[in-house]
Write a protein that binds this ligand. Structure first.
Ligand code: XMP
Length: 516
């Protein structure tokens, strides 16, 4: 279902933690952008016909043996190239510059003095703040290059080749700590690559809808709904594309948040009017979990029960040929699943949907070109409510991995009530977007308390609120004390059987976001 965007930028990935961020920044300028492996041959680039290339940063040193490199012919294609940090060092080295290790490795903010306001630095003031993160820098360039900017410790902070359309930045324009980085990237896209910025999500939606219709014909498509953003947007998009040929399946496993199943059902029957199959499977899941305390075993059993329930329901849906999934672009890149993309990174993936290939459906993945922020925008365009579009991630195994120790209906109900209070208070405080995930955890310990004149011995609830960009690392949210006090008081007063609330102040790593 790959569409051909007429203006495309390729980011060559040299192992930078920022490669995806660069691609997002380019797309924010309405220019379509993909990430490819650093070793992509020049001939392949010529076939793909991008308007420009961006060489990402990377952790290596260009003069180390085995350092990731690029095909030197890419500089001769006539396609504008912007090298960032490692990418700049590589470009300069390939074209006659000299790179050396700097004694004081430079990390953090620096003041950048603009020497030449040419097309790349057009519109920048004489001095601007930039974000440096490097151990090497380009120390000398041949006369073929022109230095465009400098910092106190870095004489060549930005550079341009005099004959070839090759540019370099020693600092990172993609991060917010370089406030005018967006202007520099926009300059590269418009002034060097001559992109008009005509890539729009609405066009994407329209093209995808047409492509889905063509591919599906008169067959039926099944879409699993979890209540999460991705599956909701997929379902909304397909509903728009093929309407009555879409069947959605919601497995209510009894491990969802308070009111969650009802909200999803209302949205996809009242609003989108899809053929929604709700599998009421609470008892099946609770039976599968009885007596299990090991987190991995919980996950395994829930995974199996889910597949069984889903497959049984899918069998009842006639002429179902396709299965729609909410795979996103970062999943595609990180699993090494694109022809020209970088190799798979070693990352333990949570199996989000958990559906096996043996279901023998053809897959439809209409979001596989999009980043999460684009999926959210698309969701709003398709008419999904803010509440679904800005919903926090929720693990597939649901509350089972937040109900530490044995999972039972009464314990889940206690957790659900406490969790609903946490969410409500976070929303009322206007912090739902600032906080990336907020939830309650029911601990498998009891503690002594006093209520009135009586001693109590009741459950402990932990509250977990974190902030993160990518969920790989996270910090605990520094919530205001009065908010924490309200959450604690409400949980203890309103949730029977809880006499103590604690706040989790661990960051990831070394802790994980979930407790199990
Ligand atoms: P951790 O706990 O590993 O979580 O720091 C990172 C992100 O992944 C979510 N998560 C899961 N998602 N199935 C899922 O679909 C799972 O088993 C699972 N475990 C954790 C977690 O909520 C966080 O957003």
């Amino acid at each position: 279902m790959a569409r051909v965007a007429d203006e495309k930028i390729l980011v060559l990935d040299f192992g930078s933690q920022y490669a995806q961020l660069i691609a997002r920044r380019v797309r924010e300028q309405q220019v379509y952008c993909e990430i490819v492996r650093h070793s992509i041959p020049a001939e392949r680039i010529r076939q793909l016909a991008p308007r420009g290339l961006i060489l990402s940063g990377g952790p290596a040193s260009v003069y180390e043996p085995g350092a990731p490199s690029c095909d030197p012919q890419i500089f001769q294609l006539g396609i504008p190239v912007l090298g960032i940090c490692y990418g700049m060092q590589l470009a300069c080295q390939a074209l006659g510059g000299h790179v050396q290790s700097v004694p004081a490795r430079e990390y953090g903010r620096a003041v950048c003095r603009v020497l030449v306001n040419d097309e790349l630095l057009n519109g920048l003031p004489a001095e601007t703040q930039v974000w440096m993160s490097h151990g090497d820098q380009v120390s000398q360039v041949s006369d073929d290059f022109l230095a465009l900017a400098a910092t106190n410790t870095c004489p060549i902070a930005a550079v341009r080749h005099r004959q070839l359309p090759v540019y370099g930045l020693q600092f990172h324009p993609e991060v917010t700590h370089t406030p005018l980085g967006v202007t520099i990237l926009a300059n590269f896209l418009t002034r060097a690559c001559h992109c008009s910025g005509n890539w729009k999500l609405s066009d994407f939606a329209e093209e995808t809808i047409v492509a889905v219709r063509e591919r599906v014909g008169d067959a039926r498509v099944i879409c699993g709904l979890s209540g999460g953003v991705d599956s909701s947007v997929v379902a909304a998009l397909l509903s728009e594309a093929i309407g009555p040929q879409l069947s959605c399946i919601l497995v209510d496993n009894g491990l969802l948040r308070k009111g969650e199943a009802e909200r999803v059902i209302a949205e996809f029957t009242d609003h989108f009017k899809t053929d929604l199959h709700v599998v009421r499977a609470e008892e099946t899941f609770l039976a599968a979990l009885a007596g299990v305390v090991n987190p991995q075993e919980k996950r395994r059993r829930i995974g199996h029960a889910f597949i069984d329930c889903f497959a049984a329901e899918a069998k009842r849906i006639h002429r179902a040929h396709f299965l729609a999934q909410g795979t996103l672009y970062p999943d595609v890149i990180e699993s090494g699943g694109t022809t020209d993309g970088p190799a798979a990174t070693i990352k333990l993936h949570h199996n989000v949907g958990g559906l096996p290939e043996k279901l023998e459906f053809d897959l439809i993945e209409p979001l596989r070109d999009l980043f999460k922020d684009e999926v959210r925008k698309l969701g709003l365009q398709l008419g999904l409510p803010e509440e679904i579009v800005w919903r926090h991630p929720f693990p597939g195994p649901g509350l089972a991995v937040r109900c530490l120790g044995e999972v039972s209906k009464p314990r889940l109900d206690t957790l659900r009530d406490a969790d609903a209070i946490v969410l409500e208070e976070i929303r009322n405080a206007g912090l739902n977007r600032k906080v990336s995930q907020a939830f309650a955890v029911l601990l498998p310990v009891q503690s002594v308390g006093v209520m009135g004149d009586a001693r109590t011995y009741e459950d402990v609830v932990a509250v977990r609120c974190i902030e993160t960009e990518d969920f790989m690392t996270a910090d605990w949210s520094h919530l205001p004390y009065d908010l924490l006090a309200r959450i604690s008081t409400r949980i203890i007063n309103e949730v029977a059987g809880v006499n103590r609330v604690v706040y989790d102040i661990s960051s990831k790593p070394p802790a994980t976001i979930e407790w199990e």
